[in-house]
Design a protein around this ligand. Structure first.
Ligand code: ADP
Ligand code: ASP
Ligand code: MG
Length: 407
């Protein structure tokens, strides 16, 4: 007998029929003799619907009230799932995040889980109940409702698994595992049997939204056995694991991409100490996160400086940069919000040379111009024009031998 935490995402609970299908899956796990705790998301589209209403009322909705609003989606799902189980003769109890004391910090809309009191959950399990917890939400020390950021139900599940020392945390979604890249963009993408925490963390940070970044961080830190599976078809899914010494490594494990990018350039700024600070300091003060940064070699006593931000922050960043440009006596500010970032990820990169040049050749062969490049130990990212996203990802996917074998 094992203790299993399962999580079902929005598409897996998108209708009453699908919720009933989840109930059947939980019953199968009970019949196999397991204790089951389940975290669920809001029905698909519901969180977006709630966010849209908030944005209709205010361009900057009050964060506390935003959390009260967007956390409601999950409460609907937990109740319906508990009813479906009871209807089938299985005892179950639904709980909101605050009812099982998912304590978070007070950073509304992106709160972090600090602690979970698992006593109540254990008591229910001892009574033979299936415990159903609303994903994505918690409460802070003052009792305010908080939410964990989009995709946060993954993190609820992993945190529950860590607190309960569960044997496995299973993330059920609409794909049957983690693929070499988003199968919606590359139909030839392959399911991976295993991927390391380090690679999954890079993939998630670089735009693969199959798991929320924090859920991967949490699982790595607390040694949670994490698996991604389909709620519609049976199969082994993908296990997220630690790197094994003798694992035969392909150079590249996966390709991630991010459409939410924008870049800004300030041209002809005086090349002197403090310039980078002047430019990025004011951007940081406005709470805008900067991703890639490039400074050109100065020639005539001036230099050019380029950086990328989230596309939602583009307008604000441009405004700030224009102001800085006047203060510094720079020549010009230009920007582009029709760019995307494509990244190769793989721990195998450490031991394979020439990955970057192979990447640049594959893009050149398709006549795709690279606008920016950045590398770290296990990833290489390039910025290209938005219109080349699909072509670029597909070209790289086949150049690095990731396509599924044709039969
Ligand atoms: P859920 O609602 O279950 O949380 P998500 O939409 O958050 O589901 O995540 C699943 C989706 O992630 C898939 O439908 C797929 O399009 C996308 N995705 C992006 N990158 C990958 C990848 N490398 N492997 C699998 N799925 C991916
Ligand atoms: N319902 C939330 C969202 O759509 C949380 C989740 O699904 O993980 O972001
Ligand atoms: Mg998700």
């Amino acid at each position: 007998m094992a203790l299993i935490v399962q999580k079902y995402g929005g598409t897996s609970v998108g209708s009453v029929e699908k919720i009933e299908n989840v109930a059947e899956r939980l019953i199968a796990a009970k019949k196999a003799g397991h204790d089951v705790v389940v975290a669920v998301s809001a029905m698909s589209g519901e969180t977006n619907r709630l966010v849209a209403m908030a944005n209709q009322i205010s361009a900057k909705p009050d964060p506390r009230e935003y959390d009260v609003l967007v956390s409601t989606g999950e409460q609907v799902t937990i109740a319906l799932l508990a009813m479906a189980l009871k209807e089938r003769g299985y005892d179950a109890r639904s709980y909101t995040g605050s009812q099982v004391h998912i304590l978070t910090d007070s950073a509304h809309t992106k709160a972090r889980i600090l602690d979970i009191d698992e006593a109540k959950i254990r008591a229910d399990l001892n009574e033979g109940r299936v415990v159903i917890v609303a994903g994505f939400q918690g409460k802070d020390e003052h009792g305010n409702i908080t939410t964990l950021g989009r995709g946060g139900s993954d993190t609820t599940a992993v945190a529950l698994a860590a607190a309960l020392k569960a044997d496995e945390c299973q993330i059920y979604t609409d794909v049957d595992g983690v693929y070499t890249t988003d199968p919606r963009v590359v139909p030839d993408a392959r399911r991976l049997d295993k991927i390391t925490f380090e690679e999954m963390l890079e993939m998630a940070s670089l735009g693969s939204k199959v798991l929320q970044i924090r859920s991967v961080e949490f699982a790595g830190k607390y040694n949670v056995k994490l698996r991604v599976l389909s709620s519609f078809v049976d199969g082994p899914g993908t296990l997220i694991t630690y790197e094994e010494e003798n694992m035969e490594q392909a150079a590249i494990s996966g390709i991630a991409f991010n459409r939410d990018e924008a870049k800004l350039t300030i041209l002809g700024v005086p090349d002197q100490p403090g310039v980078a600070y002047n430019i990025l300091g004011s951007i940081g003060d406005a709470n805008i996160e900067v991703d890639m940064i490039i400074q050109n070699v100065g020639g005539d006593g001036t230099t050019d400086f380029t950086f990328t931000v989230h596309r939602n922050d583009y307008g604000k960043a441009l405004e700030i940069l224009n102001k800085t440009s006047k203060e510094l006596g720079a020549r010009e500010v230009i920007g582009d919000n029709a760019i995307v970032k494509i990244s190769l990820v793989g721990v195998g990169m450490r031991s394979h040379a020439g990955i970057a040049s192979q990447m640049f050749k594959a893009l050149a062969d398709e006549r795709i111009n690279i606008r920016m490049i950045s590398t770290s130990e296990i990833k290489i990212s390039v910025v290209v024009d938005e219109k080349y996203l699909e072509l670029g990802v597909r070209a790289l996917h086949s150049a690095f031998g990731l396509d599924a074998p044709k039969d």
